[in-house]
Design a binder for this molecule. Structure first.
Ligand code: SF4
Length: 65
């Protein structure tokens, strides 16, 4: 089962750490919160590093059917 990354935007403070870490996966929206605009844009390992660097721990994996 594949995993897909997403950002809980209620918790995001727009610090940009995930964008710095994986710019091909995350970007900041006009509301200055992150979104995973391209969840397949990096390896799971690289995405996990972004998850670990998030100060509010608001990036999560969700299982895909
Ligand atoms: S690292 Fe976390 S708090 Fe910072 S912009 Fe990304 S999702 Fe938001």
């Amino acid at each position: 089962m594949a995993r897909k990354v997403y950002v809980d935007q209620e918790e995001c403070i727009g610090c940009g750490a995930c964008v710095d870490s994986c710019p091909d996966v995350f970007r900041l929206t006009e509301d200055n919160v992150a979104e995973a605009y391209n969840p397949e844009g990096a390896s799971e390992e690289e995405i996990q590093e972004a998850i670990d660097s998030c100060p509010t721990e608001c990036i999560h994996w969700e299982d895909e059917e």
